[in-house]
Design a protein around this ligand. Structure first.
Ligand code: CDP
Length: 220
């Protein structure tokens, strides 16, 4: 069967992974959470105590990091790190780590390799612009920073992570800034992406909207 690629890009906490999982289920696509891959490298950097400014050391380290993905579980050097990659500590350093050219090159190569010839939905920041510029359907999912911070805060509360609305909002704004202004594949909407603002939409509404775009494409 011919490959079919759907990309979902957008800022932190806009609901990309929630919606990508639902779309994957509905249309029988494989889901790849590319943010989790950057988070694994950020965790690797934390574990090995390398300074963020030492880009050379981080680039060298990349060769040794063993990343593995099995369904929705993520393994770093054989250890299941699925929960560990979603902590505020990882959030703090993931954007600077993801701005390093060598890091992006390694992960983009892996993303293309994993999706080759398959029916896949990927979410991230640069999927529709840099990783798969010829994707079949491109979505740019946005929401106001305040709505995104509230959603993220709720997730933290459910997991028992102690933080405040102000801290979460600050962290989201900082990541947005770094992700949108970096030199390598910044977060921007692809010209041919459909922008969906989920601030005032229910998940079902967002799902319906994106389904329309996918079905339009399937019907062509
Ligand atoms: O879930 P959330 O929106 O908070 O973030 P994520 O998708 O898990 O991505 C975490 C970080 O990885 C982002 O803030 C980016 O710095 C980086 N990232 C990226 O640079 N390119 C991607 N394709 C995906 C994530």
């Amino acid at each position: 069967m011919k490959g079919f690629i759907v990309t979902v890009d957008g800022p932190a906490g806009s609901g990309k992974s929630t919606i990508a999982k639902l779309i994957a289920k509905k249309y029988d696509l494989t889901y790849l959470d590319t943010g989790a891959m950057y988070r694994m490298i950020a965790l690797y950097v934390l574990k090995h105590g390398v300074g963020l400014e030492d880009k050379k050391a981080i680039a060298d380290m990349l060769e040794k990091a063993d990343l593995d993905i099995d369904g929705d579980r993520f393994y770093l050097d054989g250890e299941d790190v699925t929960e560990m990659i979603r902590t505020p500590e990882v959030n703090r350093i993931v954007s600077p780590v993801a701005a390093i050219k060598e890091v992006r090159k390694k992960l983009v190569d892996m993303q293309r390799e994993i999706s080759k010839g398959k029916r896949t939905i990927l979410d991230g920041r640069d999927i529709g612009t840099a990783v798969f510029p010829d994707a079949d359907v491109k979505i740019f999912l946005v929401a106001s920073p305040e709505v995104r911070a509230l959603r993220r805060l709720k997730e933290y509360e459910q997991k028992g992570v102690k933080t405040t609305y102000e801290e979460v909002l600050e962290s989201i704004k900082e990541r947005d800034y770094i992700d949108s202004t970096r030199k390598e594949s910044p977060l921007v909407k692809a010209d041919d992406a459909h922008e969906v603002d989920s601030s005032k939409m229910t998940i079902d509404k967002v799902l319906d909207k994106i389904s329309e775009y996918i079905e339009e494409k399937i019907g062509e």
